[in-house]
Design a protein around this ligand. Sequence first.
Ligand code: FES
Ligand SMILES: [Fe+2]
Length: 322
Amino acid sequence: MNCERGCAHPVADADALAGAPLAVRLLGEDWVLWRDEAGAPRAAPDRCPHRGARLSLGRVCDGMLECAYHGWRFDGEGRCTRIPALPGFTPPASHGLHRVALVEAHGLLWLQPDGAPPCLPAFEAEHDARLRKLNVGPYDVAASAPRVVENFLDLAHFGFVHEGWLGDRAHVELADYRVEPTPTGFVASGCRAWQPQSNRLSSEGSWVDYRYELTSPYTAVLTKLPEQQGGYRDEIALFVCPVDEEASRVWFRMALTDFDSSDEQIRAFQHTIFTQDQPVLESQRPKRLPLAGGEVHCAADRSSAAYRRFLRERDISFGVLP
Ligand code: FES
Ligand SMILES: [Fe+2]
């Protein structure tokens, strides 16, 4: 099984899927989402098996997806239950949809094109009641998913792209950090950065210890442990949807010790940071991440080298140049 098709990807906010079908794009293909009679999210290719019309143009009736063209209906299992032009006819299994796995997690809907059950990336902080959770995004970015992930794992840009926020030109030297493989990717630990404004509430600069974990080909988790924050961790998950080879949809799942700020204030901070990254990301050429040659590396790029190696080993083909 192709590796990127055999794991679940975020495709939409869970609350964006209500009483109408929703069209999404993942891995260069169009998909339709809907909720069945019990409210469970369902997904299938956005193409009617009858004459190829887009099913997302239709509607949902009693939990069944109804095609806009000739009104064929499909239940939550993808079975065709009704062909209005032939009321007495029982449609055979061949008239049904190829339903694929779709689950709700972290406030998002996750679609897996091949195989079941869905294989979701780990995010332990989700279950830590001491941390406040919220999502920021989605951002539609004209960059490949691997470029977005590599940027998230990159420490050496803070003093330049995020000057005055996550970094400072006077403190751009990187200490040695460790990279160790895990079953789903790798962990980079021992990362340190001087941050003038490491989060919305910080009033002065501080050293921040970082840990990064790659949790699937297109997801990663950042753990921040500022010196002044005894015992508590801020965790930020990056969830990237590989929409097309050179286009992505990006969410951040924040798990924070900050219970004082409003949702809007936290979103505004993260929005500032990401919109500093976005023009750089969209400027990178080639847009697909080159896995063999074409770019030069230095010792500070250890985590990016580990990411490229991981993508090669897993035969990831979407959004990369082999
Ligand atoms: S194309 Fe969908 S019912 Fe005919
Ligand atoms: Fe950045």
